[in-house]
Design a protein around this ligand. Structure first.
Ligand SMILES: [Zn+2]
Length: 205
């Protein structure tokens, strides 16, 4: 029989098996400004409000993931190595700024016509994250700038879907319809700037 030391009888050991909620960020248009098939470090510019939101989500206790369709690889517009180089740059830059970065970056390199299981609106990337991390999906959020992000969130049973789109937001205010009844998006929230996401995302206990 093993001798129990003081440290491993400590009752305050956290329950590492309890699932943690996550924030799933689309990349182009949410993390960085979407200028069609971004793959060069020089063209990588953070979206206004992203860095503040990213920091807040970490403080609030969420796991942080990128889930991004990168068909530019499959289409031959840039290479897998270009994508990985830019991902490394982004992670190192976040690390320098905050001493943390995304917990993992998930990407789909396929062309739409390849009909893979990972390309959003399919749930493959989120399901993969869920198999690698212990994620409480119902308490998780997805933030994307396209309806396919919202649909991926629905398909993966993510609790809260946030559409970040100035165009959709404008349409919504014009339509002046009740938020829940709008036909613009299946999202739970439509926002026109990322700072608004901060007040939507709850602080974890
Ligand atoms: Zn794919």
């Amino acid at each position: 029989m093993q001798n129990l030391t003081k440290s491993n009888t400590n009752k305050s050991i956290p329950n590492i098996s309890s699932p943690t909620p996550a924030i799933f960020f689309d990349r182009d248009g949410v993390v960085n400004i979407d200028d069609e098939y971004i793959y060069k470090i020089d063209d990588f510019v953070y979206v206004n409000g992203f860095l503040e939101l990213f920091k807040e989500c970490k403080i609030k206790g969420y796991l942080l993931f990128v889930i991004t369709n990168q068909s530019g690889i499959g289409r031959g517009y840039y290479t897998l190595s270009d994508f990985l180089k830019l991902s490394d740059f982004m992670q190192e830059d976040l690390m320098k700024k905050f001493s943390f970065c995304f917990d993992k970056i998930y990407f789909c390199a396929h062309k739409p016509q390849e009909n893979c299981t990972c390309r959003k609106p399919k749930a493959g990337m989120i399901e993969q994250a869920s198999s690698e991390f212990n994620i409480d999906l119902a308490s998780s959020y997805i933030i994307g700038d396209k309806e396919s992000d919202i649909e991926a969130g629905i398909n993966a049973k993510i609790g809260t879907k946030i559409l970040f789109s100035k165009v959709a937001f404008k349409k919504l205010s014009k339509e002046n319809s009740k938020y829940e009844d709008n036909k613009i998006s299946k999202a739970d929230f439509i926002i026109d700037n990322l700072y608004k996401a901060n007040s939507i995302i709850k602080v974890l206990n």
